[in-house]
Write a protein that binds this ligand. Sequence first.
Ligand SMILES: [Fe+2]
Ligand SMILES: [Fe+2]
Length: 232
Amino acid sequence: MTAFHPALIQLGVHHRPEGLSDRVAYGFVKLLRFCADTFFAKRYGHRAVVLETVAAVPGMVGATLNHLKCLRRMEDDKGWIKTLMDEAENERMHLMTFIEVAKPTLFERFVVVAAQWVFYLFFFALYLVSSKTAHRVVGYFEEEAVISYTHYLAEIDEGRSPNVPAPAIAKAYWDLPDDATLRDVVLVVRADEAHHRDVNHGFANELAGLPTGEVAPCPPHAELQPNWRKAA
Ligand SMILES: [Fe+2]
Ligand SMILES: [Fe+2]
């Protein structure tokens, strides 16, 4: 088995929208993309901080609602709950990493609070109405995340964003070498997003009765312990 390398992931994976549910999900994500592009332009650090606060919501909502469903129906979750909780934790670690790279403005902090109110309630309701559409939304969301982090890499490689040393929290979480840089961090984050993309499109497919497809491997993550920050 060859070792995992975060640069060797499938970048251009796209689920072609089929049917109303997929089209609604795709249209919604494209609208959000337009808003994000307009608001952040090329401020990729700020973009990452704000969008990761949103990206960490669906996994926890999906985990909660699947947990409750399994309790009601007294049935097995087929591993979905842990997968979705891992996704939420992973997205929160993206946030904890990028907050070390870019500090949000006061206005961005306001946007984060407002967006959480709206998005949490919206996504919760969507998941209740159609978990298939909800997972498809996340799949498309993650397709866009892979594209955005690829743009961020180009910014770094072309010298428009400084390739600063990797934050300590990122080195501990992804087990990166001591001399790791922001570029290494963006690569592993992008690989995480590709993994979420395939997992969520796979869940949507499973709910639609379609073949689930391949899932990009995710980089190894440190187990978070209660006192892990001290150990880092
Ligand atoms: Fe993320
Ligand atoms: Fe993600």
